[in-house]
Design a protein around this ligand. Structure first.
Ligand code: FAD
Ligand code: SF4
Length: 492
């Protein structure tokens, strides 16, 4: 269905300039631009965009409030279903979800739902709007007066855990991991009045949003921190530097700390390597380590001492969002960077916008190319990536055509640093320290659609169950599990 108003373009930093800094690439809409873009929505009787959103945000409803300039009302609509709108507006793969289903996309360009969500969230934050007053008052109305204990008081705090009785009168629920799955689960449980404590292994909350996705896509202090603070304002307590399975076990959370249910949202942070010769050379990183040094440990900032090495030339192996983030980070640290991917641009799993941004910034793409060896110098440092050319063969079980090596086509790409961005799997620590938790062959936790694991009272969701996926799918899983935990606790 055509629309007479073309999609409103979004302002961005100039590619040449942004390739040398870590400031956010996209500036987002201003009020005037947002209202114009929102006016394109047809308010369909049967809005396909809602069904395609994993957390079912009432999209035409919030967009309608933007059209009339009532941004606070738009924010309240979004807050009913999403606790991280400024994050999702920036990093969700809208082209394959809400925008991919927008009826306007059939013959033209879909409504810029992601950019509108981002605008509403940013505007609310900048104008001090509490996006979820109804839910917050519902949660806070159930708080105990100071000093009053809950019916089932947790017995004692583990390291750093303050008295959870301060959180609320209801049953205590432990959430493990502060990524999108854990934050979404904790928010919904807190809104229902539970006393929720999130345990996070790292020293900062946010999961991949904090340690993986770079500042130039998701500003930490300005955006992420504010959304985490909003979750805390619901009454959620976050305990950092606590590794469940090492600092304290799940059994201890139940038996000694008084928690009545546990949600595991520990993600999939274990990097994969190719198993090719040379992967132990100096200058080979997993994308996780490279990005963690830069994002969580702020290696890009001169006032931090965290070491990082991107070299003058860098190859990043892989084609997903992680590969794009690693490559664009290496570029900003001064390396001439090449992405090495064994299929073609059509099969690149990264978000279209990220690929486009990487190309604009000057990242080179070596497609239909697969590494066979990392070559080193006499001192044990990387000097080149030896690759082989590939061609596409028959489709595999995923429906994608399998890459097949072209015999005798080996060649070298000079590189001082090689970053492997080949995917990740869940860390086995919790499964190996908790009786009764089953895992799949890929190391993912076995859980029902609603998030129930094979151990009663223990629920799970996000990348820990699905393997590496997306922010919004992790949030959706966290929300489903929160509903299941509520049902489980009411049934006890
Ligand atoms: P995570 O975000 O991984 O959070 C898990 C948390 O649990 C971590 O903080 C971890 O420290 C903690 N934890 C682990 N073990 C323990 C333990 N034993 N005790 C206590 N805490 C523990 N998705 C998108 O939708 N769009 C994107 O643009 C995008 N870009 C990405 C870029 C990168 C570099 C990466 C790595 C991923 C990207 N993703 C993207 C994927 C997305 O970030 C993940 O799917 C999502 O974060 C999964 O959420 P989660 O809550 O399941 O796990
Ligand atoms: Fe608006 Fe597109 Fe959703 Fe229809 S499908 S309601 S046009 S955003």
């Amino acid at each position: 269905m055509p629309n007479r108003i073309p999609r409103v373009p979004v302002r961005e930093q100039d590619p040449k300039v942004r390739a040398t800094n870590f400031d956010e690439v996209c500036y987002g809409y201003n009020l005037e631009e947002a209202m114009l873009e929102a006016s394109r929505c047809l308010h369909c009787a049967n809005p396909r965009c809602i069904g395609a959103c994993p957390v079912s945000i009432q999209i035409p409803n919030f967009i309608g409030h933007v059209v009339s300039g009532d941004i606070a009302a738009a924010a309240a609509v979004i807050a009913e279903d999403s606790s991280l709108p400024a994050v999702c507006g920036r990093v969700c793969p809208q082209e394959s979800q809400c925008e991919g289903s927008c009826v306007l996309g059939v013959r033209g360009e879909p409504v810029a739902i992601g950019k509108l969500e981002r605008f509403v969230a940013d505007w609310s934050r900048e104008n001090g709007i509490n996006a979820a007053p109804g839910t917050r008052s519902e949660a806070t109305s159930r708080l105990l007066p100071a000093g009053q204990r809950p019916d089932n008081p947790p017995s004692r705090g583990c390291r750093g855990l303050e008295d959870p009785t301060q959180v609320g009168p209801m049953t205590a629920v432990a959430v493990i991991g502060s990524g999108p799955a854990g934050l979404a689960c904790a928010s919904d449980l807190a809104k229902k009045g539970y006393a929720v404590t999130i345990f996070e292994a790292l020293h900062k909350a946010g999961g991949v949003l904090e340690y993986g996705i770079p500042e130039f896509r998701l500003p930490k202090d300005k955006v992420l921190k504010a959304e985490i603070e909003a979750v805390k304002a619901l009454g959620v307590r976050i305990e950092t530097d606590v590794i469940i399975g090492r600092t304290i076990t799940i059994d201890q959370l139940f038996d000694e700390e008084g928690f009545k249910a546990v949600f595991i949202g520990t993600g999939a942070g274990l990097p994969k390597f190719m198993g090719i010769p040379g992967e132990n050379l100096n200058g080979v990183f997993s994308a996780n380590e490279f990005l963690t040094r830069n994002n969580l440990m702020k290696a890009f900032r001169e006032d931090y001492l965290t070491p990082i090495h991107a070299g003058k030339t860098c190859c990043v192996v892989g084609g997903g969002n992680v590969a794009m983030d690693a490559a664009r980070t290496a570029l900003r640290l001064g390396a001439k960077t090449t992405i090495v991917y064994r299929r073609t641009e059509v099969e690149l799993p990264a978000r279209v916008e990220e690929v486009h941004h990487a190309q604009e910034e000057g990242i080179e793409f070596a497609m239909l190319t697969n590494p066979v060896e990392i070559l080193g110098d006499e001192k044990g440092w990387v000097r080149a990536l030896k690759c082989i050319k590939m061609k596409l063969g028959d489709p595999d079980e995923s429906g994608r055509r399998s890459p097949v090596p072209v015999e005798g086509s080996e060649f070298e790409i000079p590189a001082e640093v090689v970053i492997m961005a080949l995917g990740t799997s869940p860390n086995p620590l919790i499964a190996s320290t908790t009786a009764g938790l089953e895992t799949t062959r890929r190391g993912c936790l076995v859980a029902s659609e609603a998030g129930a694991t094979t151990r009663p009272g223990v629920f799970a969701g996000g990348d820990a169950v699905t393997g590496a996926a997306t922010v919004i799918l992790a949030m959706g899983a966290g929300r489903k599990a929160a509903a299941a935990i509520d049902g489980y606790l009411k049934s006890l």
